[in-house]
Design a protein around this ligand. Structure first.
Ligand code: SF4
Length: 528
């Protein structure tokens, strides 16, 4: 559905803020691709764009691809911004630039919903999800698009059911310039991990779209030119297991119909390993990756952070079970926990080697507002507000010790030999379990072959010739070439290159130790 009952016309400029280089956004891989410039199309802003009254012209700019220009601001009558905490400085910067054109600026999304006080300069704060606050915002802009005299805060009390959500306006995004496609089926998570703000922001009872909506979205993504990998951004794909089971047969059918044109990925809790009926169908739907927040191999730490559900199966067994369905596990790991000891770093490296997981995001603990962790640390007087630090947590261990342990872990875990050994394991024991998908006309098309050739040329030149770990690369690459696995070679090498380069920066202190740290974040994007 769209907003209705509005007669005036307003031109809306939707601007998505830039990310700073981060472990999970794969910037170092982009130069190896055929022109990728950004990570994933942002769901929230494209959803709002699709919800606007049909007769309102809308422009979407992702500043990861290009900055909003003078011409964009001069065209617009109001500006919408959305993003996460890590984009806070960039969002405030967009507001500053829009105000230079005397435009009203509204902000929505997860960051402002959790922390409205981070955004004092915006004219409208949209707190919460799509709902009555959205309608009120549009009605106010329809009446008068000029800047209000003081900030207006609009809170959603009555949310629009996800079954009534319009298909995000993917057509406004330059989808081919993204590393991954994105899609959302559900929102919310039934668990309450101490550090996580998802249950507080989106609730514990997952809300859902219908399978038919998801199929329509996939059709639209395909129509817009998305092939390759598509990521379900749901907080927990099995937050409602029955819903996941309802959706999966539709995905299987769609994949069969389109010739398995997309490789699917999602986030889910590790206890998915106890659900063979779900994993079986995910394999058939060509899910190739699941991000699991393993967080730590230490059972005491899992208990302390209320993540006991990670212990429903022994962790290594759970990972191997998921791998046996052809699905690679990507994992989140947290350091700086209260239960960490001086030897935690070494134990973590041993764990990384044992799991054979290539991609683990190793982050320092950060307390997010509106989480039980934040409340506890506040009570204990252990929240530190210092932007020069990599975390706002007063760790039990000395800060310098935690940072140096994190740097050491990054350095060792992403040594090229170690990383490629883990990829080799995945080739032998995980990817081999995937269904054999037919070669589609799309894959055989000249456009697709040209894309692959460009990527291979970039990889062979930049990694195989110029790269300082070329020996390790060629050992892996020749094995893949012998198996005719060009797709696997491209995917592993691109991601592997990012991990190696990012980890090197990190171990030298050139990258933040937490996704949420603002220590090294750039503030300003030029207006033109
Ligand atoms: S399972 Fe994941 S999404 Fe759910 S509360 Fe825990 S960390 Fe958050």
């Amino acid at each position: 559905m769209r907003a209705e009952g509005i007669e005036t016309v307003r031109r809306i400029l939707c601007v998505f803020p830039r990310y700073t280089s981060s472990f999970g956004t794969f910037e170092y891989a982009y130069p190896l691709t055929d022109g990728v410039q950004a990570f994933m199309p942002p769901q929230g802003l494209l959803l709002i764009a699709a919800y606007l009254p049909e007769h309102w012209p809308v422009r979407f700019i992702d500043e990861n691809i290009r900055p909003a220009s003078r011409e964009d601001f001069e065209w617009a009558e109001a500006v919408f911004v959305s993003g996460m905490h890590i984009q806070r400085q960039q969002m405030n910067d967009i507001c500053r630039r829009a105000h230079a054109f005397d435009l009203a600026v509204a902000i929505g999304g997860p960051s402002v919903s959790a922390c409205p006080e981070y955004y004092p300069s915006f004219d409208y704060l949209h707190v919460g999800e799509l709902g009555d606050a959205t309608n009120e915002l549009l009605a106010r802009l329809a009446r008068d698009p000029s800047r209000p005299e003081q900030q207006v805060v609009l809170r959603t009390d009555d949310r629009i059911a996800m079954t009534d959500f319009p298909i995000p306006a993917y057509e406004l995004a330059e989808v081919r310039k993204y590393f991954l496609g994105s899609i959302q089926y559900s929102s919310g998570c039934p668990y309450q991990c101490e550090f996580c703000d998802i249950p507080g922001l989106y609730g514990r009872n997952p809300r859902l779209k219908s399978p038919q909506q998801i199929i329509a979205e996939l059709d639209k993504l395909l129509e817009c030119g998305v092939t390759g990998s598509v990521y379900f951004v749901d907080d927990n794909f099995i937050g409602n297991r029955k819903a996941a089971l309802d959706l999966l047969p539709h995905l299987v059918e769609w994949q069969k119909k389109t010739g398995y044109v997309m490789r699917l990925a999602c986030e889910a809790t590790l206890n998915i390993a106890k659900r063979p009926e779900i994993l079986e169908k995910m394999r058939d739907a060509f899910f190739v990756t699941i991000f699991c927040g393993i967080e730590t191999p230490d059972p005491d730490a899992l208990k302390a952070m209320q993540k006991d559900h990670n212990m429903m199966v022994p962790i290594l067994e759970g990972i191997h079970t998921i791998n046996s369905y052809g699905i690679e596990v990507v994992s989140g790991i947290i350091m700086g926990l209260d239960t960490d000891k001086p030897e935690t770093g070494e134990a973590l490296i041993a764990f990384v080697d044992e799991t054979k997981i290539p991609l683990l995001t190793i982050n320092l603990l950060q307390a997010l507002p509106q989480t039980p962790l934040w409340d506890r640390l506040k009570r204990e007087g252990r929240l530190i507000h210092d932007e020069g630090r990599d975390s706002n947590v007063d760790f039990r261990l000395p800060y310098e010790q935690v940072i140096s342990s994190w740097r050491k872990c990054m350095e060792i875990a992403y040594q090229p030999e170690r990383l490629y050994a883990r990829y080799q394991y995945q080739c032998d024991y995980t990817y081999a379990n995937r269904i054999k998908v037919p070669v589609t006309p799309e894959q055989k098309s000249w456009a697709n072959i040209k894309r692959a050739l460009i990527m291979l040329r970039n990889i062979f030149w930049k990694v195989g010739v110029l790269g300082d770990y070329r020996k390790v690369f060629w050992k892996f690459a020749l094995g893949r070439l012998r198996h005719g696995d060009i797709e696997g070679l491209i995917a592993s090498t691109m991601i592997g290159h990012h991990l190696i380069m990012f980890a090197r920066d990190a171990s030298e202190g050139q990258q933040n130790a937490s996704n949420y740290s603002i220590r090294l974040r750039e503030a300003s994007v030029p207006a033109e």
